[in-house]
Design a protein around this ligand. Structure first.
Ligand SMILES: Nc1nc2c(ncn2[C@@H]2O[C@H](COP(=O)(O)OP(=O)(O)OP(=O)(O)O)[C@@H](O)[C@H]2O)c(=O)[nH]1
Ligand SMILES: [Mg+2]
Length: 215
C-alpha cells in the first residue's frame, strides 16, 4: 500500500496568509511580524517605534500573547488602534487567527501595521501571517550564541534587531560573535543594534523599515 506523505504541512496556513496579504495590499497597509523570545523587548521597541514614526505614518498594532492584555494596554495608551489575540496556550500566532483579526482593525486608516507575535524563538518562525516582512529581536541578555541554537528563526527573517545594546558593557556579550553566528547561516540579512532605552540605533532601524514599507 502506498502511504501518502504530506510535506508542506503549512500550505493551508500559507494560503490563508496570502489572502490576508492581498487584503492588506488592497488597503495600502504594510505589515511587519515581530518575533522574539519572551521579554526580548518587543513591546518596548514597538512603543519606541510608535513615538518615532507616528507623525509620518498611521500606525496600528495586533498583540499576540498566550494570556492577558498587558501589552495591548501599553499600546492603547499611545492612542494607537490595537487588538489583542490571546492564544490560550498556543506558542505562536497563525494565519487563521490573523484572518479574523485584520477585518477588526481600521485598515483603511492605517499605513503600517505591527504584529507582536507570542514570545517564542521556535514555533513562530514556521507560520506566515499575511505580513510583508518578518523580523526577530535578539536581546543582549539572551547571549550572542542564539543563532547557532535557533537557526531556523535567523534564516527566515528579513531583518534582525539586536535589542538592549545599552546592557553590553554589563554582560558577557560580543556583537562581533553574534554577527559571526548569524553570517554562518544567513550571509545577507541586515542586523540593527538598537537600544530602546537610549534610542541608539533607532534611526537606522526605522529608516530600513520606512524604505521597505515604501517598496
Ligand atoms: N536596558 C534595556 N531594557 C530594555 C530595553 N528594551 C526593553 N527592555 C526591558 O526588557 C523588559 C522586557 O521588555 P518587553 O518590551 O516587555 O519585552 P517583550 O518581548 O514584549 O516581552 P513579552 O511580550 O512578555 O514576550 C522590560 O523590563 C523592558 O523595560 C532596552 O533597550 N534596554
Ligand atoms: Mg510584549
Amino acid at each position: 500500500m502506498e502511504i501518502k506523505v504530506l510535506t508542506n504541512i503549512h500550505k493551508a496556513n500559507d494560503d490563508i496568509a496570502d489572502r490576508s496579504r492581498a487584503l492588506l495590499d488592497s488597503n495600502g497597509v504594510f505589515c511587519l511580524n515581530v518575533m522574539a523570545s519572551p521579554g526580548a523587548g518587543k513591546t518596548t521597541l514597538l512603543l519606541a517605534m510608535i513615538r518615532r514614526l507616528r507623525e509620518k505614518f498611521r500606525l496600528g498594532v495586533i498583540e499576540g500573547d498566550v494570556s492577558s492584555t498587558v501589552d495591548s494596554e501599553k499600546i492603547a495608551k499611545e492612542g494607537i488602534p490595537v487588538l489583542q489575540i490571546n492564544t490560550g496556550g498556543g506558542c505562536h500566532l497563525d494565519a487563521n487567527q490573523l484572518s479574523g483579526a485584520y477585518p477588526e482593525m481600521p485598515l483603511a486608516d492605517l499605513d503600517l501595521l505591527f504584529i507582536e507575535n507570542v514570545g517564542n524563538l521556535i514555533c513562530t518562525a514556521g507560520y506566515q501571517l499575511g505580513e510583508h516582512k518578518r523580523i526577530v529581536i535578539a536581546s543582549v541578555p539572551e547571549g550572542d550564541d542564539k543563532p547557532y541554537k535557533y537557526p531556523n528563526m535567523f534564516t527566515v527573517v528579513d531583518a534582525i534587531v539586536v535589542s538592549k545594546t545599552d546592557l553590553i558593557p554589563y554582560m558577557n556579550y560580543s556583537l562581533e560573535e553574534f554577527t559571526r553566528a548569524v553570517r554562518a547561516i544567513n550571509p545577507s540579512v541586515p542586523i540593527f543594534p538598537v537600544s530602546a532605552t537610549t534610542e541608539e540605533g533607532m534611526e537606522a532601524w526605522c529608516d530600513w523599515l520606512e524604505k521597505e514599507s515604501a517598496r
